[in-house]
Design a protein around this ligand. Structure first.
Ligand code: ADP
Ligand code: MG
Ligand code: ZN
Length: 196
């Protein structure tokens, strides 16, 4: 790609960290600032995330921004308008690997792409496709929450109920923020069992 200085150039920003670390708040903050500067913004999220509402991205502090739910990453470039300057994507860990090339292509076509997602699952294992997105990003922000046990910076997500389901979209009743020291990846100390 030939970039002439001053020509519109896109890039990929990734916002990551555990649950409650403020990824969605930070994504909304960046998107609102772009909107204030009269840049056309579009926001996408995977359809799996229907926690609060189907057509918004929502933070745990109840900030909201209108978004378009999509089944698969290939719908994002199809739905992106010609004059869109900034594309926001939340909960990117729920997309398949093709989200990586979609972000690259959008950035190469001059769009600022801001992607938020969990870097680890509740067992502390890398949550694909986020590791790949982190590698190709031009800019990365990794936030911490506050550990609910000891108050240290929390990089992990603790599952606080046992259930039979592997992928769960939940909030404060299912997960809490924990630091490395207090994280219990094998759920040894988790007593409450829920049948789903
Ligand atoms: P994420 O998208 O990373 O899950 P959100 O942006 O949705 O995070 O929510 C961040 C908000 O979550 C904080 O501003 C705070 O109001 C709330 N919150 C709840 N529990 C915690 C915690 N343990 N540490 C920090 N923030 C928390
Ligand atoms: Mg979020
Ligand atoms: Zn702790």
């Amino acid at each position: 790609m030939n970039i002439i200085q001053g020509e519109k150039m896109g890039w990929v920003e990734v916002i990551t960290g555990g649950m409650f670390s403020g990824k969605t708040e930070e994504l909304i903050r960046r998107l609102r600032r772009a909107q204030i500067a009269k840049q056309k913004v579009q926001v996408f999220k995977p359809k799996i995330d229907n926690r609060y509402s189907l057509d918004h991205i929502t933070s745990h502090s109840e900030q909201k921004l209108i978004s378009q739910p999509v089944e698969k990453p290939s719908q994002i470039p199809e739905l992106t308008h010609e004059d869109t300057k900034v594309v926001g994507i939340d909960e990117a860990q729920f997309f398949d690997e093709s989200i990586v090339q979609v972000c690259q292509d959008l950035a190469d076509s001059g769009i600022r792409v801001i992607v938020a997602g969990l870097d680890q699952d509740y067992r502390g294992k890398p949550f694909e496709p986020m590791p790949h997105l982190l590698a190709i990003a031009d800019h990365v922000t990794k936030n911490a929450a506050v550990c609910m046990v000891c108050g240290n910076p929390a990089s992990r997500t603790q599952k606080i109920i046992k259930s039979t389901k592997l992928v769960e979209v939940g909030a404060a009743s299912t997960y809490e923020a924990r630091c490395r020291m207090c994280h219990d990846p094998d759920l040894k100390d988790v007593r409450e069992v829920v049948q789903i």
